[in-house]
Design a protein around this ligand. Structure first.
Ligand SMILES: Cc1ncc(COP(=O)(O)O)c(C=O)c1O
Length: 356
């Protein structure tokens, strides 16, 4: 049975370069650290969620009644699992596993809908599914489903939970449904963890119809977010912060292109659009171990439903780091490094069987 609670942080160890966790490098930025430090001056008082809720609502063109602040996206999944009574819950995979884990922990049967590699395009969803969960862009495939295809899954009598934890890693957020208050039952879940480097603070939010937001809120303890977390939510959703996130997303696209250009050919699965890429590497478990010996931590793929040990997820870092990683990976595989010389499209025959 897949360990639905396995996450990239378990791959880390002192001395390893972190390509396993998709938090943006160099974050939180200094101005955000200042916001957090200043928030400490106010922690004697109970937290006031009002300003943060208003800021999030304004950022997405929503009413504050359509906003639920949560202790990370992870809390939103648990609240949805506790508040809803789905008769047929369908989770689209391969995908982040916490939504399914939360549904199972709440006692709901879960049906997995496995998308076909390598494109992992959205397929038809059972018409009687009254809860559909998917990520966009999706961890770990890095696939970005077109917004219209995701929106088409919404219908009366169904909750459509879209995990948009990585939406702001795509310039202009073309796949996001965060502003769509016209779609019935749409619950968009967002996170400040990745772009802003706040994994340890626990801050995210859900956007949806007021009655759905109220139902989730009823399952939440009082004062669920600390004063520093609320300060971060307000600060990271200002127009200036969102512009900064968009600039980071544009730089990320360049860095991703550098990683893709450096990698040995034939390994990348699908068309990556987010801050990580999914690789299919023959002998994946052995390759992952060899990468660790050379100082690299990558995310194993076999804990994601639909993937196996030959799948490795690699975070996009600066081009220098990516090139060094790609060179080590190529050396491990015995493949040629792409460059001005002609390149191979598959592993050369000289690679021993156990490394293929
Ligand atoms: C796709 C996806 N959604 C949600 C989360 C959890 O985000 P948060 O830290 O806001 O709980 C993660 C964390 O890895 C993730 O990869």
């Amino acid at each position: 049975m897949t360990d639905l609670h396995h996450h990239g942080d378990r791959e880390l160890a002192p001395g390893l370069v972190d390509l396993a966790v998709n938090v943006r490098a160099g974050t939180p930025p200094p101005w955000l650290r200042d916001v957090l430090r200043r928030a400490l001056d106010d922690v004697a008082a109970y937290p006031d969620a009002g300003p943060a809720r208003a800021a999030v609502a304004a950022a997405h063109g929503r009413d504050p009644a359509e906003v639920l602040l949560t202790a990370g996206a992870a809390e939103a999944f648990v609240l949805a699992a506790r508040a809803l009574r789905p008769r047929r819950a369908v989770v689209v995979h391969p995908s982040f596993t916490e939504p399914e884990a939360a549904l199972r922990a709440a006692g709901h049967p879960v049906q997995r809908l496995l998308l076909e590699p390598p494109a992992h395009r959205l397929g038809p969803v059972p018409v009687d599914a009254d809860l559909v969960v998917l990520g966009n862009p999706t961890n770990p495939t890095s696939v970005l489903h077109p917004a219209a295809e995701v929106a088409a899954l919404a219908r009366p009598g169904r909750v459509l939970l879209v995990d948009e934890a990585f939406a702001d890693t795509v310039p202009g957020e073309p796949g996001s449904l965060a502003a769509r208050h016209d779609l019935p039952g749409l619950l968009v879940v967002r996170s400040l963890t990745k772009t802003w480097g706040l994994a340890g603070l626990r801050v995210g939010y859900a956007l949806g119809p007021p009655e759905l937001v109220a139902a989730l809120a009823a399952a939440q303890p009082h004062w669920p977010l600390s004063t520093p977390a609320l300060a971060a939510a307000a600060a990271c959703t200002t127009p200036a912060a969102r512009a900064e996130a968009d600039a980071a997303a544009r730089e990320l696209a360049e860095h991703r292109a550098a990683l893709l250009a450096a990698l040995p050919p034939g390994l990348v699965v699908g068309e990556p659009r987010s801050s990580f890429v999914l690789l299919r590497v023959p002998g994946g478990a052995r390759v992952r171990a060899a990468l660790r010996q050379r100082g690299w931590a990558v995310r194993r793929g076999d804990t994601f439903p639909g993937l196996d040990a030959d799948h490795l997820r690699v975070a996009v870092r600066d081009p220098g780091t990516s090139r060094a990683f790609a060179a080590d990976l190529a050396a491990i595989l015995g493949a040629e490094i792409p460059g001005p010389l002609p390149t191979t499209t598959s592993l050369p025959a000289a690679v021993p069987e156990e490394h293929r």
